[in-house]
Ligand binder design. Structure first.
Ligand code: GRF
Length: 273
């Protein structure tokens, strides 16, 4: 899948501060990441991740999803869309509006933004895409351009031990629930919300004196390690996917050092302040 003899290149999508992006950039310049960041894109012009990319000399682009919000069903932009929205609506799992007309309009706006996004990314021919704090749901229009059967190419990091606490507020929800362990998950993105095949997870303890900021810091420290390791496994072809009997795709790490790495993450979780 990845071209032999060439260093893998990937795109990073961000919406905010981009500390996961920074962790990739730092490891890439230290020579411990097996792939180069080819391009960074954000749905928000004010995302600090864009500044981090520019500081590292990486092309940074904005695809402003906000501008598509004003598009109505009769907008000329929709006439040229050439996408069967109803067929797309049957496979999408993220838009829940019960009014089909409103849902199709939402989907149409999303497709327009995603079409712009993929045309930006495709200029850099990324081998895969990492979502790193990208606060937009991806429709099957976008995902089907990159994912193939058993060849998933869009990775995401989520700040909870999925399937617990999907959605935007992983740390907040873990803390509010009174969990005694928090977790983070790297998974392939599918058409649901944080539902794709899990690649790796790590956990950290939550102590009685902790507050939300402490656990976020502890979790983020793990995120940087785990996400970079997942990129390395992915590039090395050490993430195998196959469909289980339930029909659900499972991802398995084939690295013989897997156990040692899990033990290292556990030790790191206890060291984090
Ligand atoms: C991280 O907690 C990540 O898990 C979640 O969004 C946050 C992004 O943080 N998806 P940053 O922008 O990488 O600092």
């Amino acid at each position: 899948m990845l071209k032999p003899g060439t260093k893998a290149r990937f795109a990073v999508l961000v919406s905010g501060s981009g500390t996961n992006l920074q962790a990739f950039l730092d490891r890439a310049s230290a020579g411990t990441l097996a792939a180069d960041v080819a391009v960074v894109a954000s749905d928000r012009p004010d995302a600090y991740g864009l500044v981090r990319a520019s500081n590292a000399g990486i092309p940074a682009h904005v695809v402003d999803y906000g501008i598509y919000r004003s598009i109505g069903m009769n907008d000329p932009a929709l006439k040229d869309l050439q996408v069967d929205l109803e067929a797309l609506d049957r496979t999408q799992k993220i838009l829940k509006n019960p009014d089909p007309e409103k849902r199709l309009l939402q989907l149409a706006r999303l497709v327009l933004a995603e079409r712009e996004l993929s045309s930006v990314l495709d200029r850099y021919r990324p081998d895969f895409i990492c979502l790193a704090g990208f606060m937009r749901l991806l429709s099957p229009f976008f995902l089907s351009r990159y994912n193939r059967e058993n060849n998933w190419r869009v990775l995401n990091i989520h700040p909870s031990l999925l399937p617990a606490f999907p959605g935007q507020y992983g740390y907040e929800d873990t803390f509010a629930y009174g969990g005694k362990w928090g977790g983070i998950t790297v998974h392939f993105a599918d058409e649901g919300e944080d539902t794709g095949p899990i690649i790796a997870q790590a956990v950290y303890p939550i102590w009685p004196e902790d507050d939300l900021e402490t656990i976020r810091r502890r979790g983020l420290g793990l995120e940087y390690e785990v996400y970079s390791q997942c990129v390395n496994w992915f590039v090395a072809g050490q993430v195998a996917t196959h469909s289980g009997e339930s029909g659900r795709t499972r991802a398995l790490i084939t690295d013989p050092c897997y156990g040692d790495i899990l033990r290292r993450w556990m030790a790191l979780a206890f060291q984090q302040q």
